[in-house]
Design a binder for this molecule. Structure first.
Ligand SMILES: Nc1ncnc2c1ncn2[C@@H]1O[C@H](COP(=O)(O)OP(=O)(O)OP(=O)(O)O)[C@@H](O)[C@H]1O
Ligand SMILES: O=P(O)(O)OC[C@H]1O[C@](O)(CO)[C@@H](O)[C@@H]1O
Ligand SMILES: [Mg+2]
Length: 801
């Protein structure tokens, strides 16, 4: 880690003032900023935006970056007013530049305030450039870190970036690209459907041009209308004549029930609805574009394929070479590309679309989301998932029959779900025979109070048998602890998992054998590939038909760069970047997981240490006095690693409970056992700060108490000022005393700014507390320790308002 003073250069008052003069411009809408990522290094980019200073904020800020998927990234502090900070960080391990020959990061800021200050800082990057404002001044160091403050006007963004349309009442349309965005003067034609006798009975068959689908349908009195997507369906005018269409279909990634149905329905839809005769199948996934022959597809040749599992086109992982794929599309004269696959496939589709657009080709790229894992965001569910859940019932049923037929029988069923446990969760909820469901999103442990072994023993005593369902990605961290395996990847770069089912079965057997605890009979069932290889069930078949037809309508209408899928039951066109920016995961603080817990009665698997400590600890201190209204409440939270909102809530609740429950003697006893070495390796994971609510509390700097607590796989360092607690989550090898110093510096800085700072100062000036933190910590590293430097931008803003 770098020492705090050379990590970045300091934002000077002069620079801010100069830029401020430029800021009284028209509304800012979209700002593309490009950085070059230095070769073979990890990188971090921080963007801080202050916009309340110059005008009222009308809309929320939307940020998009070109690295989604390639680096993990955060958004934090997005608020409807005041300010926000965002940062991106490259993966540790293999450098981003190893995988990307042209490692530029483009960030687009989309918002509609009247003006703003944008401050950018980074490490491991160079060549900050903003194509629309070359005159901006960067304060840049030779080490590849730098900082810039700038602002951007409405006119600068007109032709840039993602299509986001902002309307009244907080309405945002995240639109999909269209040929007309980059090819002018294209002719249009009447939709041939209007003469199709089958559709003549429909009252209003064509979708209105401005029909959109709301992502959020639960709303409140004054809540903004939020994000919408373009509604899928046939348009009055199309951008292709039937004879001109030359379509192709490719399937990529793992198998999934329904692939053949989608292929069939694209071919039949194009043929029957639009009179399209030329449709090619690409053999064997993305690499088939350039290494295999194509397969002609006609309604006749695909007539029966939906009755078979798998894909008649074949599939593959890896082999995505954008240039070769687009060359092949261009050479073959293909003008509609239908790409069926999971999250990886949609990422591939997105870069194909970008390249096609760069070459100015009239080629529509439509993604159809496939995966039994249901890990694709935004859409209600992916096709094949329903079938997979249904098929899993058979395995669970077998496990149940086996286990109840024998004394102390345990049936273990492993289901698919690399990173998302949806199949396991829904199969468990549907079956009712399952006693325990383990998924990647909910960590568990084996030994000790509240652990899996204890629960198994209890269930066997109560019931004489039990069924455990687990997703293949569950408990992988426990496996790697005990197996010390090398991390291997498949051809697409997906992590190859250890067989958690086999591992856990062995562990359970060993546990009960040890000391002759209990004689058990365990049967392990692995139906994973059997589930994936079946044809789709009735409901998935209908669903696949709608997906295929929606994709065809979209491509014919000139839309491109989209994935089709239902959002709240309505089929929509969703821009690729929304589909690939994150994975859909089971939210364990949601009602669905709670339903599961209540149906199985399994433990929640809070860490074993938590349970032991909770039992051993002294009665709660005065701070835990709920009757006096002194419950802990987060006032400010800043995260430097990605956690969903739900995970944050859960984490904060656990930490608050744990730290408030400690008494002061415990804190002091813990504190003396650590050595000092401040600021050598300050890697922050989580920074939390909460206080008891409902009272006015001064931060008495002299009254502080501090302590360290282990939690999950990191350590919490906390310090108390009167009844305000400051908590920092850090790696286990982090120096606690350095972190205590950091907390104290933060408090002193707040105190200098607010003068005798109190909780209300933080509550009413939350943005300023965030600014201070953003100036002090970047990407989990302490980068600034001078109080004057930390406060400089805030003081400038205060002067200007
Ligand atoms: N970031 C990416 N950029 C370009 N192509 C990608 C990217 N990620 C994956 N691909 C390509 O997409 C194809 C499928 O990816 P992957 O094997 O991850 O399966 P998937 O589509 O995610 O399906 P699933 O995981 O559900 O089986 C592969 O050919 C792979 O090379
Ligand atoms: O063995 P393969 O074909 O790489 O696929 C396995 C993976 O594919 C998936 O089914 C997703 O398609 C995952 O659940 C699973 O981990
Ligand atoms: Mg995938």
């Amino acid at each position: 880690m770098k020492s705090p003073n050379n990590q970045r250069e300091v934002l000077t008052l002069r620079a801010l003032r100069r830029e401020a003069a430029v800021l009284n411009m028209a509304a800012v809408r979209c700002v593309p900023i490009t950085f070059k990522i230095l070769d073979r290094t990890d990188f971090a980019v921080a963007v801080n935006i202050w916009w309340k200073v110059f005008g009222r904020v009308e809309e929320e800020l939307v940020v998009r970056d070109s690295l989604v998927g390639a680096c993990w990234w955060h958004r934090y502090g997005l608020r409807r007013s005041d300010a926000c900070g965002i940062f991106w960080r490259g993966k540790s391990g293999p450098s981003y530049t190893d995988q990307n020959p042209n490692p530029n990061l483009t960030i687009q800021l989309l918002y509609s305030s009247s003006s703003a200050i944008v401050s950018l800082k980074g490490t491991g990057i160079s060549d900050f450039s903003n194509p629309v404002s070359g005159s901006r001044t960067w304060l840049k160091s030779s080490s590849g870190s730098g900082q810039k403050v700038g602002c951007f006007s409405r006119s600068q963004m007109e032709n840039m970036g993602n299509k986001v349309v902002v309307g009244a009442g907080g309405y945002v349309l995240e639109d999909v690209p269209h040929f007309s965005d980059y090819i002018p003067h294209l002719p249009t034609y009447p939709n041939p459907l209007q003469d199709n006798p089958a559709y003549s009975v429909v009252k209003q068959y064509f979708v209105n041009v401005d029909d959109t689908v709301a992502q959020k349908i639960v709303v409140h009195n004054n809540s903004p209308r939020g994000t919408h997507f373009r509604r899928a369906g046939p348009r009055q005018r199309v951008y292709f004549e039937s004879d001109d269409v030359h379509a192709c279909i490719v399937t990529c990634g793992g198998l999934c029930p329904g692939l053949n149905t989608v292929i069939r329905e694209i071919v039949c839809g194009l043929h029957h609805m639009y009179g399209v005769k030329r449709v090619l199948g690409i053999d064997g996934g993305y690499r088939g574009f350039y290494s295999r022959n194509t397969i002609p597809l006609t309604p006749k040749s695909v007539n029966d394929i939906h009755k078979r599992g798998g894909t008649i086109l074949g599939t593959s992982r890896g082999g995505h070479n954008t240039t070769k794929i687009v060359d092949s599309i261009q050479d073959r004269g293909i003008n509609q590309v239908y790409i069926i696959g999971g999250d990886g496939t949609q990422k591939g589709a997105s870069v194909i679309y970008e390249e096609i657009k760069r070459r100015g080709l009239k080629v529509a790229v439509a993604g159809i989301p496939k995966t039994i894992d249901n890990d694709i965001p935004v859409i209600d569910r992916s096709f094949g998932f329903d079938t997979a859940v249904e098929e899993a019932q058979r395995a669970i049923n077998a496990a149940h029959v086996e286990s109840e037929s024998i004394e102390n029988g345990i049936g273990v069923v492993k289901l698919m779900g690399r990173y998302s446990g949806f199949i396991a969760m829904y199969a468990t909820l549907a079956s009712r025979d399952v006693d325990c469901c383990l998924i990647p999103e909910s960590p568990f442990y084996l030994e000790g109070p509240g652990g899996l072994f204890e629960y198994i023993e209890k269930r066997l005593i109560e019931n004489g048998h039990m069924v455990i369902v687990m997703a293949e990605g569950a408990g992988q961290e426990l496996l790697s602890e005990s197996i010390h395996s090398m991390t291997k990847q498949d051809a697409s770069g997906n992590k190859l998992l250890q067989d958690v089912g086999l591992w856990i079965s062995q562990k359970i057997k060993d546990h009960f054998k040890e000391g002759n605890k209990m004689s058990i009979n365990l049967k392990y069932i692995d139906p994973t590939y059997m589930i994936r290889a079946v044809p789709s069930n009735a409901s998935d078949n209908v669903y696949c038909t709608l997906l295929a037809q929606s994709a065809v309508h979209g491509a014919m209408a000139g839309y491109t760069g989209f994935t089709v899928g239902p959002v709240n039951g309505r089929h929509s066109y969703i821009p690729f970047h929304r589909i690939i920016e994150q994975q859909n995961k089971v939210v364990i603080t949601d009602r669905m997981w709670a339903r599961l817990l209540s149906s199985t009665n399994q433990p929640s698997f809070l860490s074993t240490k938590d349970v032991i400590e909770d039992k051993a600890e002294e009665p709660p201190t005065q701070l835990l006095d709920h009757e006096n209204g002194l419950e802990g409440q987060t006032r400010l939270a800043q995260y430097y690693e990605y956690l969903t909102l739900e995970e944050r809530r859960a984490l904060e609740a656990e930490i608050v409970r744990k730290c408030l429950a400690r008494n002061e003697q415990q804190g002091i006893r813990w504190a003396v056992s650590f050595v000092t070495n401040p600021f050598r390796s300050s890697y922050f994971r989580v920074l939390l700060n909460f206080s008891s609510c409902g009272r006015f509390h001064y931060l008495h700097l002299t009254l502080n108490k501090c302590s360290f607590v282990e939690h999950r796989n990191y350590k919490i360092v906390y310090r108390r000022y009167a009844s305000l607690f400051f908590l920092v989550g850090v790696d286990n090898d982090e120096n606690e005393l350095a972190i205590l110093e950091f907390i104290h510096l933060l408090v002193e800085t707040m105190d200098r700014h607010f003068g005798n700072v109190c909780e209300l100062d933080i509550m009413f000036h939350l943005e300023k507390a965030h600014f201070m933190l953003e100036e002090m910590v970047m990407n989990g590293c302490i980068v600034e320790t001078s109080k004057s430097n930390i406060l400089a931008p805030i003081q400038l803003m205060d002067k200007m308002t």
